[in-house]
Design a protein around this ligand. Structure first.
Ligand code: MG
Length: 309
């Protein structure tokens, strides 16, 4: 479940719903001793190497306010208690996420890896952009890709067809990647030194903004087939962005999208936000994107040298 928006069948204050399957860890709800501490998820690797991860990320660790030592008398309608419990769980989830993100960031820095968290609505063209980028940069920089989607390994399959190693993380009902998913995916992928790591987040302009993955930069992709007012509607996403890619500029003659107005909105949220206008299908504007990536990789390389010597 998402600690930011509560989506994904998570905690619902007052009704005692916490959408996880009790079948796989037998514990007794009648004893009041509820101290099993599982990692908050259940994961296995599919035949194609895809990580399938069931998202039920509540924390049963000791001290967590989740008391089963009574007759499941949750029908108290205690709104305030429920809200404060939800807030506490949300803080726990984000604190845990931040710890994993910090560890990821250390790992990337030590390896001189430039990690980019790519975020957008569904359909903005993240995967198409990545396929094009990896194809065009082949032989110039080593790269790996983590693909986040709720279901299927379709995107990772598209990436692997370029020859670049990719791992798919299925979040199930979860609406974003979190730092631990990245830790585990990186463990399976390996991190070539001084490489690009692209993390394609789940298509969603809300929840991914709340979860640091340990990336060096956040790139938001917005396409010309979307509403130009999206920066105003989803300010959290744009406030945290390091780069805005306006994709599908080849379609501008056929749509009413006003690029200038959209950039104005985005910079109202994040003054000075860097913007590149590109088309992943025609290749327009991509040289500037590749230069931006090379600059990031260069900085990661320099920081690594600084780290080591
Ligand atoms: Mg995709």
């Amino acid at each position: 479940m998402c600690g930011v928006c509560g989506c994904g069948g998570g905690i619902n204050p007052g009704t005692h719903e916490h959408g996880h399957d009790h079948g796989h860890h037998d514990h007794d709800h009648t004893t009041g001793d509820h101290h099993h501490d599982h990692e908050g998820f259940h994961e296995h690797v599919g035949p194609d190497g895809a990580v399938i991860r069931h998202s039920h990320e509540h924390d049963h660790s000791p001290g967590h306010a989740h008391d089963h030592g009574h007759d499941h008398d949750h029908g108290h309608g205690a709104d305030e208690a429920g809200k404060s419990r939800l807030l506490r769980v949300e803080q726990d989830i984000l604190a845990k996420n931040n710890a994993y993100a910090a560890a990821n960031r250390e790992l990337f820095a030590a390896a001189g890896v430039f990690a980019v968290n790519l975020m957008s609505s569904p359909g903005a063209g993240k995967t198409t952009l990545l396929v094009r980028t990896l194809t065009d940069l082949k032989g110039r920089h080593p790269a790996t890709v983590i693909e986040g989607d709720q279901q299927t390994s379709l995107d990772a399959d598209r990436i692997r067809a370029t020859g670049v190693p990719a791992i798919q993380v299925n979040t199930g009902t979860g609406c974003h990647l979190d730092a631990l998913m990245v830790t585990r995916a990186v463990g399976r992928l390996g991190l070539p030194p001084e490489s690009l790591l692209f993390i394609e987040n789940v298509g969603n302009l809300v929840c991914p903004a709340g979860f640091d993955l340990g990336e060096a930069k956040r790139v938001v992709v917005l396409s010309t087939t979307e509403g130009e007012d999206k920066p105003l509607k989803y300010p959290g996403m744009f406030a945290g962005a390091d780069l805005l890619l306006v994709n599908k500029i080849d379609l501008l003659p056929y749509v009413t999208f006003d690029v200038g107005r959209m950039i104005g909105y985005a910079r109202r949220i994040k003054p000075g936000l860097q913007v590149l206008e590109v088309s992943a299908t025609t290749g327009a504007g991509l040289t500037a994107w590749y230069d931006w990536l090379a600059g990031g990789l260069d900085a990661a390389h320099r920081r690594r040298g600084h780290h080591d010597h």
